[in-house]
Design a protein around this ligand. Sequence first.
Ligand SMILES: Nc1ccn([C@@H]2O[C@H](COP(=O)(O)OP(=O)(O)OP(=O)(O)O)[C@@H](O)[C@H]2O)c(=O)n1
Ligand SMILES: C[C@](O)(CO)[C@H](O)COP(=O)(O)O
Length: 232
Amino acid sequence: MSETTWLVVPAAGQGKRMGAEIPKQYLTLQGTPILALTLQRLYAALPDARLVLCLDTQDHWFAPSWVPFEHWQRVPGGTERMDSVLNALQTLNAAEDDLVLVHDVARPCVAVEDLKAVEKAARDNTSGALLAMPVADTMKRAAASGSIAHTESRESLWHALTPQGFRYGPLRRALEHARAHATQVTDEASALEAMGEFPQLISGRRDNIKVTHPDDLALASAILNAQKHAYI
Ligand SMILES: Nc1ccn([C@@H]2O[C@H](COP(=O)(O)OP(=O)(O)OP(=O)(O)O)[C@@H](O)[C@H]2O)c(=O)n1
Ligand SMILES: C[C@](O)(CO)[C@H](O)COP(=O)(O)O
């Protein structure tokens, strides 16, 4: 029997940095809501996965017709991203060794080839795996005044992206541990690291941006345009 792969998509954010009138996942790029675009990419790579979508309880923009997956459910989001993901994990009926991939709704440009690569790596690595990209710029640590305190070495420094994939049991226990210790983690890998695990970094494409600020919209739109016909 083949293993179940779960896709947890945290989509309960408010998009404060975007500053739009509606949550950023409902803004459109080339006429399609970001949430629908992200789900299309995930479906193109992992059509048999079971989707768990974290939505704010006050959300009145979501349309079920945007979900291409056969098996899916919605769960209430939490206060922070990690709370949304943990709510999803505590709701779904998964087995200890089921694979769980977590992907931000705000990353609609993720490539199908990268999704497949991280799924395979997460399956092959006992500590799990995540998409990431090596830092390309010179890194400065700022002082309180806004001037440079010092230059950080960028050697071995990576940006963490999503998706991030782990076995269900260790991931759930790691996030429950973080919550019990009132530790805010901004990605799943951090929670696993705190449990002594060493998730595998998988070098991903640089165009897997997280739509966060207003000027990311034009960038994401240009990326999607350039990717047309290449991934789905
Ligand atoms: N309580 C929260 C907060 C965030 N997210 C999700 O986590 C992802 C990454 O978060 P971010 O880009 O920070 O989104 P927002 O929280 O919406 O943005 P902001 O911090 O600017 O408000 C997004 O897909 C967002 O919808 C979530 O599901 N639940
Ligand atoms: C998980 C994440 O996308 C990795 O880059 C990121 O940490 C989530 O964004 P946030 O702004 O910290 O919620």
